[in-house]
Design a protein around this ligand. Structure first.
Ligand code: HEM
Length: 393
C-alpha cells in the first residue's frame, strides 16, 4: 500500500530527525507532501467525513451495524440452520461451496463446511491491502490508522481477572459498546470492512477486525505481526462495560491500571503507545485534535523521538488539555503520551525506542500480536500463527 504510506505534511526541517534505519528510502518517498496546505486537507477531510455520515457515530441506531451482514441475529440464525462440526465456531455454520475463499453466502449455503486455510486468510489480507490503496481519499490518505485503532479497541477491553472482553466477540457491533465514548469514530473502520466481509462471508468479524489491523500495520511499513484465526462473534450480552479503554486526559497511574488489567507491563505500555506515530485525533471523535508525527500513515519510531526532542507546551484553545510542539505548533501529544516521558520507569524505554527503531519494531510486533489475542479461546497452538505477505514482499 505504498500509496497509502504517505504524509500530507511538509516535513519541517526543524523537526525532521534522521531517518529510521528500517524506513529509509521507501519512507522518504512515501513522505512526499501530498496536499499543499493544512486548510485544503482539513476541508477535504471534513467533506469526506460528512459524506460518510460520521456524525451519526455512536448514535441511537438500534441495529448493531449499518449493514445486514453484521447483524448477529442473522448470523446466529444461519449458524443454527447450517449447523455442522465446528472449526473455530464460524466454520461450524458455514458450508463448503467452492474451493475459493471468496465464496458467497449463497454458495456457502449450498455446499459443505468450509475450512479456511492460510491462503484464504492471505486472500482476505490482500483484499484489505487493496482496499487501503484504493481508498486513499480518507483523512491523511489512508484508513490504516483507524483500522489499527479498531483492532486495538476491540482487544483492549480484556480483563485478565474475569477473562471478559478482548478481541473475541466483536461486540463493538452493538450499540452499548459501539456508543462508548472511546469508540467514537470507529464506525468508519467497521464500514470500510463491510465489503470485505461480504466477499469473505466465512470469516468472523472478530477475526476480520484484528486481521485488518495487522494488515494496516504491515502496509504502513510496520513490522510483521504474526496472527492466528479462532475468534468467535458473540451476542450483545458479551458487551463490556464502559470505561475499560484508557482515558487520554489521565496520567501514569491510570495507564498502569488500564494496561495492567490487560496483563501488560511498563515496557509493553510504552511499546504499544508507539502506535501513535500513526493517525490523528479528531475533534468530532475524542475532542482532541491533530497528528502526533509528520508521517501519520507510516509507522516509525518518530513518536518517541519527537516526545524527547521537541519542546511540548499546553495548547491554548477551547478543547481538552493537550500539548503542542513549540516550533511548528502542528503536532500534538495527549496527557497520557506525556506521561511516558515524565514517569521515571517509562522514560528509559522511550529513550531506547527513540534510538533504536529495530528494537521498537521487534517489541511492538510482539506486544501487538498478544494484544490481538487477548480473551480468545484458541483451539490451535501458537504454531498456527500466520505471517502474512505484505504488498512490499
Ligand atoms: C496509551 C493509552 C492510549 C490512549 C489514552 C489513546 C488515546 C487515543 C485518542 C484520544 C485518539 C484519537 C481518536 C480520535 O479522535 O480519532 C487515539 C487515536 C489512535 N490511537 Fe490511541 N490511545 C492509546 C493507546 C493506543 C494503542 C495501544 C494503540 C494501538 C496499538 C493506539 C492506536 C491509535 C491509532 C492508530 C490512532 C489514530 C486513529 C485515527 O487516525 O483515526 N492507541 N488514541
Amino acid at each position: 500500500m505504498a500509496a497509502a504510506a504517505r504524509t500530507v505534511f511538509a516535513r519541517s526541517a526543524a523537526l525532521r530527525t534522521t531517518a529510521s534505519p528500517l524506513t529509509t528510502a521507501t519512507t522518504t518517498a512515501a513522505r512526499a507532501p501530498r496536499l499543499s496546505s493544512n486548510l485544503t486537507r482539513r476541508a477535504i477531510r471534513y467533506q469526506h467525513q460528512s459524506r460518510r455520515g460520521y456524525a451519526s457515530e455512536g448514535g441511537s441506531n438500534p441495529n448493531p451495524s449499518s449493514s445486514s451482514g453484521s447483524n448477529p441475529a442473522i448470523w446466529l440464525g444461519a449458524l443454527a440452520v447450517l449447523g455442522g462440526a465446528g472449526y473455530w465456531g464460524y466454520s461450524s455454520g458455514m458450508l463448503r461451496g467452492t474451493s475459493s475463499s471468496e465464496q458467497g453466502v449463497g454458495a456457502a449455503v449450498k455446499g459443505a463446511a468450509f475450512t479456511p486455510k492460510t491462503e484464504d486468510f492471505q486472500a482476505v489480507y490482500d483484499a484489505v491491502a487493496k482496499a487501503l490503496e484504493e481508498h486513499d481519499d480518507y483523512d491523511d490518505g489512508s484508513y490504516g490508522p483507524v483500522l489499527l485503532r479498531l483492532g486495538w479497541h476491540a482487544s483492549g477491553t480484556f480483563d485478565k481477572e474475569t477473562g471478559t472482553g478482548g478481541s473475541n466477540g466483536a461486540t463493538m457491533r452493538f450499540p452499548p459498546e459501539g456508543d462508548h465514548g472511546a469508540n467514537a469514530g470507529l464506525r468508519a473502520a467497521r464500514d470500510f470492512l463491510e465489503p470485505i466481509r461480504a466477499r469473505f462471508p466465512w470469516i468472523t468479524f472478530s477475526d476480520l477486525w484484528t486481521l485488518a489491523a495487522v494488515c494496516a500495520i504491515q502496509e504502513m511499513q510496520g513490522p510483521k505481526i504474526p496472527w492466528r484465526p479462532g475468534r468467535q462473534d458473540r451476542d450483545v450480552s458479551f458487551c463490556t462495560p464502559d470505561g475499560r479503554l484508557p482515558d487520554a486526559s489521565q496520567g501514569h497511574d491510570h495507564l498502569r491500571a488500564i494496561f495492567g488489567r490487560m496483563g501488560f507491563n511498563d515496557q509493553e505500555i510504552v511499546a504499544l503507545s508507539g502506535a501513535h506515530a500513526l493517525g490523528r485525533c479528531h475533534t468530532d471523535r475524542s475532542g482532541f485534535e491533530g497528528p502526533w508525527t509528520f508521517s501519520p500513515t507510516t509507522l516509525t519510531n518518530d513518536y518517541f523521538r519527537l516526545l524527547l526532542d521537541e519542546r511540548w507546551s499546553y495548547r491554548k484553545w477551547d478543547g481538552p488539555r493537550q500539548f503542542q510542539d513549540s516550533k511548528t505548533k502542528s503536532l500534538m501529544m495527549l496527557p497520557t503520551d506525556m506521561a511516558l516521558v515524565k514517569d521515571k520507569k517509562f522514560r528509559p524505554v522511550v529513550e531506547r525506542y527513540a534510538k533504536d527503531n529495530e528494537a521498537f519494531f521487534k517489541d511492538f510486533a510482539d506486544v501487538v500480536m498478544r494484544l490481538f489475542e487477548l480473551g480468545v479461546p484458541f483451539a490451535t497452538g501458537e504454531d498456527a500463527r500466520i505471517v502474512f505477505k505484505s504488498s512490499f514482499d
